[in-house]
Design a protein around this ligand. Structure first.
Ligand code: SIN
Length: 304
């Protein structure tokens, strides 16, 4: 349980306790099965302000998770899992993240290994707006999920690097650098269904987005990196692109921009996919971890 800080806000029902200055908050006093419009608008405001919310102690069926998620916008159907399975029978919006095997077949994605830093499905022209991850079974150790604040990652860059990647105020718009977000591999290193492996960042499949984007609701600027593997900055030689990306990645993922969750059963974490990245620690393969996720459809293309 977090102690209250000076940033704590309350409405009659729920309390918002920032984890750190402007990144991550815990919501207390909410039962997501019976949320009313006032509580939802406080949660939505907190989510925009803090980018990642943790709501503990929830008891949710898949229908409850779907119903709460729909407050944020239309839902995506779950992405195809590594096994080729599409979704949970009867609940096409639920994506299972799990290492558990049933009849020799994984019931979900990502196994027990590390999931590397990523923004969900940024290889699409219009990536999802948000994701909600609900813990049904958690391992006794490991499997923590880390989030990175991409507003701070951008704001902390030296001015000359900002000008180089986003153009200075005097530059024409074509000075903005575009980054290719690879669609070959998922964050667990598995090849996506139906994709032929291409390990050349210059020719692998994916979508180009500006390296610096403006959040469509908060209007703040973010560094939009997506994922490192097979990433490529348009117009640069491969060596230049790799070197600039290495510099940006090592600056963005500094400890001071991170928050992480040590999962408990009943935790729901929801993140703003437009201004965060996340990664997951590995855990013991003999432990069980079962998480159900929903995804809110993107409403806009990432834009400078
Ligand atoms: C994900 O990347 O969506 C899954 C994160 C996790 O398993 O904690």
């Amino acid at each position: 349980m977090l102690s209250e800080s000076s940033g704590t806000t309350r409405n009659p029902h729920i309390t918002v306790i920032p984890v750190r200055q402007a990144f991550g908050a815990e919501i207390q006093g909410a039962d997501l099965r019976t949320i009313d419009p006032d509580d939802f608008s406080s949660i939505y405001r907190a989510w925009l302000d803090h980018s990642v919310l943790l709501i503990r102690g929830q008891i949710l069926t898949d229908d409850d998770l779907i119903a709460f998620s729909k407050n944020f916008g239309a839902l995506d159907l779950a992405p195809i899992q590594e096994t080729g399975r599409r979704f949970v029978e009867g609940h096409p919006e639920i994506y299972v993240v799990s290492n558990v095997m049933k009849d020799g077949v994984p019931i979900g994605s990502l196994g027990a290994g590390e999931a590397t830093w990523h923004t969900d499905m940024s290889y699409l022209e219009q990536p999802p707006k948000a994701s909600l991850l609900y813990a049904l079974e958690v391992p006794p150790a490991g499997g923590d999920t880390y989030f990175c604040n991409m507003y701070r990652a951008y704001e902390s860059l030296p001015q000359e690097l900002k000008d180089r990647i986003a153009g200075s105020t005097l530059s024409p718009p074509d000075k903005y650098l575009l980054l290719k977000h690879d669609g070959t591999y998922n964050s667990g290193g598995y090849v996506r269904q139906g994709i032929t492996v291409v390990d050349d960042p210059m020719s692998s499949p994916g979508a180009y987005h500006p390296l610096v984007c403006t959040h469509p609701e908060t209007k703040r600027r973010v560094l939009y990196l997506g994922r490192r593997r097979n990433a490529y900055i348009q117009g640069l030689s491969l060596a230049e692109s790799e070197s600039l990306l290495d510099e940006l990645w090592s600056s963005a993922t500094r400890e001071e921009f991170l928050w992480h969750n040590r999962w408990r059963v009943g935790d729901l974490v929801l993140w703003d996919n437009r201004c965060t990245m996340h990664r997951r620690d590995p855990f013991e393969a003999t432990s069980r971890r079962v998480m159900h996720r929903t995804q809110i459809k993107g409403e806009t293309r990432p834009s400078a």
